[in-house]
Design a protein. Structure first.
Length: 507
């Protein structure tokens, strides 16, 4: 993510001493949120073996974190404007560390889902506050542009750090260790942040509307839950009622924002074609990729028998590609055009996912690694440039709200992607035909099948694993194909919606 604010001269007084050390605290928070979102995929086989969740519970463990963050980002950003961004960041960081302990020692699937949801509440306080504090720390637009770029690159780097660190821990400790690493990081963040961060808040923020907070949270969770249940079990009266409740809550949220003199989210931002196009592109891009990303670690470990650390390294090309592309995305968009870079990036991701549709148990790493690299490069170009478009499409005093919308689109896309594409994988997997004596838990998840196979005779065990892995891979093939279709359609839509959009030039 890069800033598009035009450079101006800043006085030495405006250049706060210790601002770069303070930035390191802020990117540490971003890194931790990114790592926590990615490390779970690597730990999922172990959680599945230990807690024995159903297929639906496993999906909830994977996506409830994103659901809650998506539902609360705008609200928490608005709360930080009122009580102080430094205060909400440090309180949120403390809560994040404490709730990580609950995640690490969860003993049932239900407790794990609750712990992930609470972690999402704490995580929602971090992202908007970090970006708002960066704007307060760096008054020189050139420095601020660099700071925001580092902030975005750190988020991308977290996708690489998560699997590698997580894989290393999982090879030597139990799965809860991937959550306990949050504690020392959060301790450093809080102790250094108290000394280096300066408080900032909106001097005239207006009241914090609790009704709007409830409407947005209920609406988002209810709609996504309905989509998940419909994809997994078909349409039922309960599903339809939940979906209707969510739609009504979101409609009420929009109406209320239009009526309030100081809304939590100014809905008029969406009248700009560039702003709406960039937000939609972010949401659909993450949606198309998330199903594959969530199940990729399981494929590498449970299908190809890779060790956790090896599986983490195998996912590295995507993050490397994203960081590298993000560093040159703005310059490329200015040289060519916004819509060319965004649409081209999305098309590249779509084609890479299409290449993975013939995936099999024996697919070699050169093909998989190349596809992941292309996914990372395409996503890095797209996300960086759409962030620029979003920030430059709104007045300067609304940049914080615009950033919260961008983060919300990202998190909601991740939740919907796991719900929709993940349901495809789960639905296909459950229908596999195993040998006689296959226990019921083997049909719940691939991790359950691997665990069940350990209790069966060798011949039966081998037959069970072959059938379960074939079914899982078939589901992954379909999810990759669906993701490719979503990305290619999004690339075409972005070409038209971002027509005429330009990034501001420095100087």
């Amino acid at each position: 993510m890069t800033s598009t604010l035009r450079p101006a001269v800043a006085t030495e007084a405006e250049k706060r001493p210790g601002r770069w050390l303070a930035l390191s605290v802020l990117v540490l928070a971003v890194l931790l949120v990114a790592v926590d979102a990615t490390v779970l995929g690597l730990a999922t086989p172990y959680i599945s073996e230990d807690l024995k969740p159903s297929g639906t519970q496993l999906l909830w463990i994977g996506d409830v974190y994103s659901f809650v963050i998506a539902g609360l980002l705008v609200s928490m950003g608005s709360l930080g404007d009122r009580i102080g961004r430094k205060r909400i960041l440090l309180c949120g960081a403390t809560a994040f560390g404490a709730i990580s302990v609950l995640n690490a020692y969860a003993t049932t699937p239900e407790l794990m889902i609750l712990a992930r949801a609470l972690l999402g509440v704490a995580g929602a306080t971090l992202m908007p506050a970090t970006l708002a504090l960066i704007r307060n720390l760096f008054h020189d637009p050139r420095e601020r542009s660099l700071a925001v770029g580092i902030w975005g690159a750190t988020a991308s780097a977290g996708t690489a750090v998560g699997p590698i660190v997580g894989g290393l821990l999982l090879e030597h400790f139990w799965w809860g260790s991937v959550f306990l690493i949050n504690l020392p990081v959060m301790a450093v963040l809080v102790l250094v942040g108290i000394r280096t961060l300066s408080e900032s808040r909106n001097p005239n923020p207006g009241p914090w509307d609790l009704t709007s907070v409830v409407l947005s949270l209920v609406g988002m969770i209810a709609v996504v839950y309905a989509v998940k249940e419909a994809a997994t079990h078909g349409f039922t009266w309960t599903t339809l009622a939940t979906g209707a409740l969510g739609a009504a809550a979101l409609f009420g949220f929009v109406r209320r924002q239009l009526a309030l003199p100081t809304p939590l989210l100014d809905m008029r931002l969406f009248r700009g074609r560039g702003f709406s196009g960039a937000v939609l592109a972010d949401l659909l891009t993450v949606l198309g990729m998330s199903g594959l990303v969530f199940f990729l670690s399981q494929y590498l470990q449970l299908v190809q028998d890779r060790r956790p650390f090896e599986a983490g390294l195998a996912e590295l090309p995507a993050a490397v590609g994203a960081v590298a592309a993000g560093l040159v995305a703005g310059r490329t968009a200015r040289r060519y055009s916004v819509r060319a870079v965004v649409s081209g990036g999305l098309a590249a991701v779509g084609l890479a996912l299409a290449v993975l549709t013939p995936l099999s148990q024996s697919t070699g790493y050169p093909l998989l690694g190349t596809a992941l690299l292309v996914v990372g490069v395409g996503a890095g170009f797209s996300f960086t440039v759409t962030a620029d478009v979003i920030l430059s499409s709104v007045p300067k005093d609304q940049a914080g709200a615009a950033s919260a919308v961008s983060e919300t689109a990202y998190e909601l896309g991740a939740a919907l992607g796991i719900a929709l594409l993940g349901s495809i994988v789960t639905g296909v997997y459950r229908d596999f035909t195993g040998p006689a004596g296959t226990p019921a838990e083997a049909h719940e998840s691939l991790g359950g099948a691997v665990e069940a196979a350990k209790t069966l005779p060798p011949h039966t065990s081998e037959a069970l694993l072959t059938a379960a892995r074939d079914s899982f891979v078939h589901g992954l093939q379909l999810a990759s194909g669906a993701g490719a279709a979503v990305l290619l359609a999004t690339a075409a839509a972005a070409w038209f919606m971002l027509k005429g959009q330009r990034l501001e030039s420095a100087g």
